[in-house]
Design a protein around this ligand. Structure first.
Ligand SMILES: Cc1cc2nc3c(=O)[nH]c(=O)nc-3n(C[C@H](O)[C@H](O)[C@H](O)COP(=O)(O)O)c2cc1C
Length: 265
């Protein structure tokens, strides 16, 4: 499936993690069918896939302390599944999953990447998973309560979730004055990517025809690979590049580099 860049690019700015859903607002069968279709069709790498599960999600999500910080009230969730034989599985799951998250956002739904605080054993009891595969993350889907609950406000403050680092802290290589337009737009989109506890572990090395994503930060991963976060930023890079008229390809690298997006001449 080609990236539907004209709907996904505006969704980058619109998306925000939401954790409290309105149980009185069900998702229509048409919207669920559209989401399910994209889960099945947006699978650019054989080692990464997404599955929509239409089930009450209460038992899937865990609280951070007791039930504090728990995702509540969503009528469905999506599991992001990776085949662990692939050395690039984390970034490929991040890239694929973020496509689905942007599609859900464009459909008017709310989401929240959750990689630490869910129960994989409950998810694997609901979908078929091979012994090489792992559920790397999930997202609730549904319609968020109109106003943020006090707990949600505290959670977002705890994650300082809407702050993002300036590009000056993230970018190396070609000086900003020499960036072509597609680089400007793509890096701005990458900067807005979500990451676990908003840690923004990515860095970008810029050449005039390419952007290389690398892991910029050192320190513990807390069971969630920084390469998964980088995969999310990669999808944002490509969506914005294609929306600016520049198509290209990814080349994957071992740590601490992640992948290079080079545009076609
Ligand atoms: C890989 C990943 C894992 C995450 N895990 C959790 C989680 O376990 N619980 C949670 O409440 N939020 C989780 N988040 C959401 C982040 O806290 C959130 O994306 C970040 O603070 C940025 O906020 P925003 O998404 O509203 O822009 C996760 C995000 C990512 C990308």
């Amino acid at each position: 499936m080609d990236i539907p860049f004209s709907t996904w690019h505006p969704a980058i700015k619109k998306r925000r993690s939401r954790r409290r859903f309105d149980p009185n607002l069900p998702i229509t069968p048409e919207t669920l069918a559209a989401l399910d279709k994209v889960c099945n069709q947006f699978a650019p790498f054989p080692s990464a896939r997404s599955r929509l599960v239409i089930e009450s999600t209460e038992s899937v999500f865990k609280g951070i302390i007791g039930s504090y910080g728990k995702v509540k009230g969503a009528p469905a969730f999506i599991a992001f599944i990776g085949n662990m034989d692939d050395p690039f599985v984390q970034e490929r799951v991040g890239y694929t999953g973020e496509g689905i998250i942007l599609e859900a956002t464009a459909l008017g739904l709310n989401t929240c990447w959750v990689a630490g605080f869910f129960r994989p054993e409950i998810v694997t009891s609901l979908i078929e998973v091979s012994n090489k595969e792992r559920i790397l993350a999930v997202t609730p889907v549904g319609y968020a309560r109109e106003s943020e609950s006090w707990e949600e406000k505290l959670m977002t403050r705890f994650g300082r979730s809407h702050n993002r680092l300036p590009l000056s802290k993230l970018v190396r290589g070609l000086p900003k004055e020499q960036w072509p337009n597609w680089i400007n737009v793509s890096l701005e989109a990458a900067r807005l990517a979500p990451s676990a506890v908003n840690r923004q572990p990515w860095g970008f090395n810029v050449q005039d025809d390419s952007i290389t994503v690398f892991v910029r930060t050192s320190g513990p991963e807390f069971n969630v690979s920084k390469r998964l976060d980088c995969g999310i930023a990669m999808l944002h890079v490509e969506v914005a590049a294609v929306n600016s008229g520049c198509k290209g390809e990814w080349e994957f690298f071992p740590s601490p580099q992640v992948a290079k997006f080079k545009i076609r001449p």
